[in-house]
Ligand binder design. Structure first.
Ligand SMILES: [Fe+2]
Ligand SMILES: [Fe+2]
Length: 193
């Protein structure tokens, strides 16, 4: 599928706000790709498709996971919406015909991040949380840092997510915490050099 066809199909399956968010993440991610020297085409495709499974509700996501016999962390039973990244990678492959494994990995890991992400994964993770439509207390500060310090940005984005989950009394996915700790260590290591 070419970009135009992908956009058209995404527009059909996602609600208006989610589609807007996807385009906005794409623009943000492409700008970051220039700064950090990552393949623009791959970034663009991964960003466009990162939420391609977001139209499914929790039950549907669990059904899709069972259909593919995925071994699931028990947390997904409590928070099945966390699965939209993992299932999104399958949808990108099967429905949108994306073959590139690095793009599929970026879609799969965007929800929680993970320690040791590829540059492509890092950019999608950041762009998802700093696109212009995002509005939370520290977002302006994080947008500025994103232009010069990738590790610090990821640590801060993960922190914001953890704060949000705590405030809302929601379950914390351990991988989000692991992402924050890993990138905090990298950011601090860099500073003391
Ligand atoms: Fe998402
Ligand atoms: Fe998103």
């Amino acid at each position: 599928m070419n970009q135009k066809e992908i956009r058209k199909e995404l527009r059909e399956i996602l609600d208006k706000e989610r589609y807007r968010h996807s385009l906005s993440v794409e623009r943000t991610a492409v700008a970051l790709a220039k700064i950090y020297g990552v393949d623009k085409n791959k970034v663009s495709l991964a960003a466009l498709l990162h939420d391609c499974a977001k139209y499914m509700d929790g039950d549907q996501l669990l059904k899709e996971a069972r259909k593919r016999k995925l071994k699931l962390d028990p947390i997904f039973k409590k928070q099945p919406r966390l699965l939209h990244g993992i299932i999104g990678a399958f949808i990108a492959k099967e429905r949108f015909r994306v073959k590139d494994k690095s793009i599929l990995a970026a879609i799969s890991h965007h929800t929680s991040g993970r320690p040791g992400m590829s540059k492509l994964e890092e950019i999608i993770y950041m762009a998802d949380h700093i696109e212009p439509g995002r509005d939370y207390k520290n977002v302006k500060k994080i947008r500025k840092i994103a232009k010069k310090d990738l590790n610090k940005t990821i640590a801060l984005v993960a922190e914001e997510m953890l704060k949000y989950l705590l405030e809302k009394g929601k379950v914390i996915y351990p991988l989000t915490l692991a992402t924050r700790n890993h990138y905090l260590e990298l950011a601090e290591g860099k500073r003391s050099e």
